[in-house]
Design a protein around this ligand. Structure first.
Ligand code: FMN
Length: 196
């Protein structure tokens, strides 16, 4: 297999967003990739097909979490990548569920409502569509209808709700953005290790 000269590698950062959270994370990743000296493009998922992905050496593919999984257009892209492609992809998502690794309750909410995102990337990797170089997830503020759904269905307890809602509305915050940039740097290291 031919080795790509790293700084000549062409990177795509592509995302699905409805209310802008995932786009913010995508822009942070894109800026970090550019600062690291790579050619990069930033695109909305509406602008690309699965075939387009094969033109890039590395793709950061991101999505808002919808119905406990990646949004439909991103799932479609993953499904349309032919098996054996092993495209170098790093996945990312924003979700209103807590991040994993916190309290038992936070973990339960993450498992039920957001863990499907990483699982979909892992499934595509298992099917040899992707070579998955990493995954990043962070919280993103929910739209008002989604807040209402969460309050009525998932977090009805008023005390828990107040704590949750005052926190979620701030995301993605500066820490999330810094972590997204760190994620991008780590993926680029992983990419370099694979290509050199
Ligand atoms: C239709 C819809 C369904 C959603 N379902 C979930 C969900 O199942 N789990 C979750 O954690 N967040 C869910 N959310 C919240 C979004 O994932 C979260 O607000 C995300 O940051 C939105 O990203 P965006 O601003 O890029 O669209 C949902 C949002 C919408 C609009």
């Amino acid at each position: 297999m031919s080795k790509v000269k790293v700084r000549e590698a062409n990177v795509l950062v592509v995302y699905f967003t409805q209310t802008g959270n995932t786009e913010k994370v995508a822009r942070a990743i894109y800026d970090e990739v550019l600062s690291s000296g790579y050619e990069a493009q930033l695109k909305d998922v509406k602008e690309i097909t699965a075939i387009d992905l094969s033109k890039y050496d590395l793709v950061f593919l991101g999505s808002a979490c919808h119905s406990a999984n990646l949004a439909t257009p991103v799932l479609k892209i993953l499904a349309d990548i032919p098996p054996e492609s092993r495209l170098k992809v790093a996945g990312f998502a924003t979700h209103s569920s807590p991040r994993p690794g916190g309290s038992e309750r936070d973990q339960e909410l993450y498992d039920r409502w957001a863990s499907g995102c990483i699982k979909s990337f892992e499934k595509a990797a298992h099917e040899t569509r992707l070579d998955l170089l990493g995954y990043f997830g962070c919280q993103g503020a929910a739209s008002l209808p989604i807040e209402e759904f969460i309050h009525s269905t998932i977090i009805p307890n008023e005390e828990e709700w107040q704590t949750y809602v005052s926190s979620i509305r701030k995301h993605p915050d500066t820490t999330d953005i810094e972590e997204a940039k760190e994620f991008a740097r780590n993926v680029l290291i992983e990419y370099r290790n694979k290509c050199l």
